[in-house]
Design a protein. Structure first.
Length: 270
């Protein structure tokens, strides 16, 4: 059904009321996370919830800044200035340089794959940013740069357990979905488990994010005692010995503590 003039005017008014800076960032975020070669104006407008004319104005402003550029086919893609700034940020905040020696030490001492995950407070999700693979032929490849839920697996739970209580409740009573058959989605069971994680300072899981994989993870804190990520180990179930869990958990907690210091934070449970 075609929009009425009144409806069009309301849409136009709503578009004008929205912060163009925020909308511009939303466009760039969408381009980065979806990874398509180019995007049409109407497609981006629909994605951002704005009219095509508003999307075109936003893209024109971003194009002037070099954040996006127009393709020969008339679409838009990320611009060279955006890519330049991205590379500069990576060199100024080198996660790999910050974490690699600690992860390598964990892998050398345990013989298992180690990881650093980072938390996004806006998305309420995490991603693996740096990994060191186990030398064993049988090992799990940890996926990098992919947003993952917090309620599944030790890595996510170690973050979730140390978020502010109000935010924890919001996540626990949100849309919890099963990643594997072992993923727990009952809020009450997860709440009890979170108390255990907070008390012992680390999380352990079996096949909750990856079938057949055991993970141990501890939270990494940044300035203001806010949890910013997680550090831990992923182990094939067939190679895991419960008798060494205590030793491995101390290794994981030590790595997280040192990473917390490097990120300007301290360990805390408040």
């Amino acid at each position: 059904m075609a929009s009425t003039p009144k409806k069009q005017a309301e849409n136009s008014s709503t578009d004008r009321q929205r912060d163009p800076l925020a909308r511009g960032f939303e466009i760039l975020t969408h381009m980065v996370e979806t990874g398509e070669r180019s995007y049409g104006v109407r497609e981006l407008g629909t994605q951002m919830g704005v009219s095509p004319s508003t999307a075109h104005r936003l893209l024109a402003d971003l194009e002037k800044l070099g954040m996006v550029r127009r393709t020969q086919e008339g679409g838009y893609q990320l611009g060279l200035e955006f890519l330049r700034l991205s590379w500069k940020l990576v060199t100024r905040f080198p996660l790999r340089e910050m974490a690699n020696d600690l992860l390598q030490e964990m892998t050398d001492r345990s013989g298992e794959s180690s990881f650093l995950g980072i938390y996004n407070d806006q998305r309420h999700e995490m991603m693996f940013a740096v990994t060191v693979d186990s030398p064993h032929p049988l090992r799990y490849m940890i996926p990098l740069q992919k947003w993952l839920p917090l309620h599944s697996g030790a890595s996510g739970l170690s973050i979730l357990a140390f978020l502010p209580e109000e935010k924890r409740k919001e996540i626990l009573h949100g849309n919890l979905t099963k990643v594997t058959e072992n993923t727990i989605i009952d809020p009450e069971v997860l709440s009890q488990r979170i108390e255990t994680i907070r008390n012992q300072g680390y999380a352990v899981s079996l096949g909750e994010r990856v079938t057949g994989a055991i993970a141990l993870a501890a939270p990494v804190f940044g300035p203001g005692r806010e949890v910013v990520g997680t550090s831990g180990l992923m182990i094939p179930e067939s190679r895991f010995d419960t008798g060494v869990e205590a030793e491995l958990s101390e290794l994981v907690k030590h790595s997280a503590a040192v990473l917390s210091e490097r990120m300007g934070g301290t360990l805390g449970t408040s």
